[in-house]
Ligand binder design. Structure first.
Ligand code: ZN
Ligand code: ZN
Length: 334
């Protein structure tokens, strides 16, 4: 890697193996990365990555000046992530006023998008655990439970069996499912209405992501129609996954199915996204995506239809791009 300074937890982890929200990593051209953090995290870093160079963040300024501020400073390019705050970026520019800062966010995303065999195994384990938690948690759902209580059942299993939630679990009873990212509230389940659950457990640093629907006891003709259409879009997109296909083309496969069914305007989000150390990472599958699928990439396939005040259906699977097509890792029934 070229000169770079990393800040986001996922890239810090990808380069050093250390999970820490309060760290900086300086990567000198061809040299060893140095992790900077404060007193609170240093013992953890020593334990997790004994071979890694770790320095108190108080020394970062003088280290950066010594490393990159001297001879050749004005012709030196230093990569940074655009996710850093404006204040942090201003500080870096003050420390290294002559350096040319270059946004390397996309290069970093590219490095992480194709997973190594070891990462693929970790992803498999995270998805498997997510399936198990869905099976066990949904069996404990009873009429009278609120969305918050159902989310609580899932959340506690995620902490007991994995490293907790990859993102805040979404549980939507009935019409609440029309809000794609509904925050679980005190709405109680009557045992008959549909329930949409979007959940992902983190295991060994890697995330999973899945959406399933508990079907209504007596589905209305509209619910039947919408569910069938979303499932058709989900299956059509899965069948289209293979190396060389763009994220844009993949998105279109599902979007066309839903548009043909007459609900194009009710599928307002993109088809899917990559998953790994972060729950949303490259490659994305959207109307504008220029990512090209390659073996070893993971992508979610999550079409949805939302009718405000009425119902919402989303079906989300996590698939691994293989040499010839894809493997659907999510095994929960749909
Ligand atoms: Zn999801
Ligand atoms: Zn997702």
């Amino acid at each position: 890697m070229k000169n770079a300074i990393l800040r986001t937890a996922a890239n810090v982890r990808a380069i050093t193996g250390v999970e820490c929200d309060e760290a900086w990593v300086a990567v000198p051209d061809g040299g060893e990365p140095v992790l900077y953090t404060d007193f609170r995290y240093i013992p953890m870093v020593h334990r997790v990555a004994p071979g890694l160079k770790v320095r108190d963040v108080k020394r970062m300024k003088s280290d950066l000046v010594r490393m990159w501020g001297g001879k050749g400073a004005s012709s030196r390019r230093i990569g940074f992530e655009k996710a850093i705050s404006v204040a942090e970026f201003e500080k870096l520019k003050k420390i290294l006023p002559r350096a040319k800062f270059e946004d390397v966010t996309r290069d970093l995303a590219k490095r992480r998008a194709v997973k190594t065999p070891a990462e693929i195994e970790r992803m498999r384990a995270a998805v498997r655990l997510n399936d198990e938690i869905w099976r066990d948690a949904s069996r404990r759902f009873k009429a009278g439970m609120t969305e918050r209580e159902m989310a609580g059942v899932i959340r506690s299993m995620m902490f007991e069996r994995g490293e907790g939630e990859a993102f805040s679990t979404i549980v939507c009873v009935g019409a609440n499912a029309a809000e794609c990212h509904h925050v679980p509230d005190d709405t109680a389940w009557d045992g008959k209405s549909p329930v949409l659950v979007d959940m992902g457990v983190k295991l060994d640093g890697y995330c999973s992501d899945m959406t399933r629907n508990l079907l209504p006891k007596r589905p209305s003709p509209m619910y039947r129609k919408i569910y069938a259409l979303v499932l058709e879009a989900n299956l059509a997109a899965i069948a289209a996954v293979k190396p060389g296909v763009s994220g844009k083309a993949l998105d279109k496969v599902a979007r066309d199915v839903i548009a043909k069914g007459g609900f194009g305007k009710c599928f307002g989000h993109s088809l899917g996204h990559g998953v790994g150390l972060e729950v949303h990472e490259a490659p994305n599958a959207s109307k504008k995506s220029d990512w090209i699928l390659k073996p070893g990439m993971f992508v979610t396939i999550e079409p949805g239809i939302y009718l405000e005040g009425n119902l919402g259906v989303r079906i989300e699977d996590l698939v691994l791009v293989t040499e010839t097509g894809c493997e659907v890792l999510t095994k929960s029934a749909k």
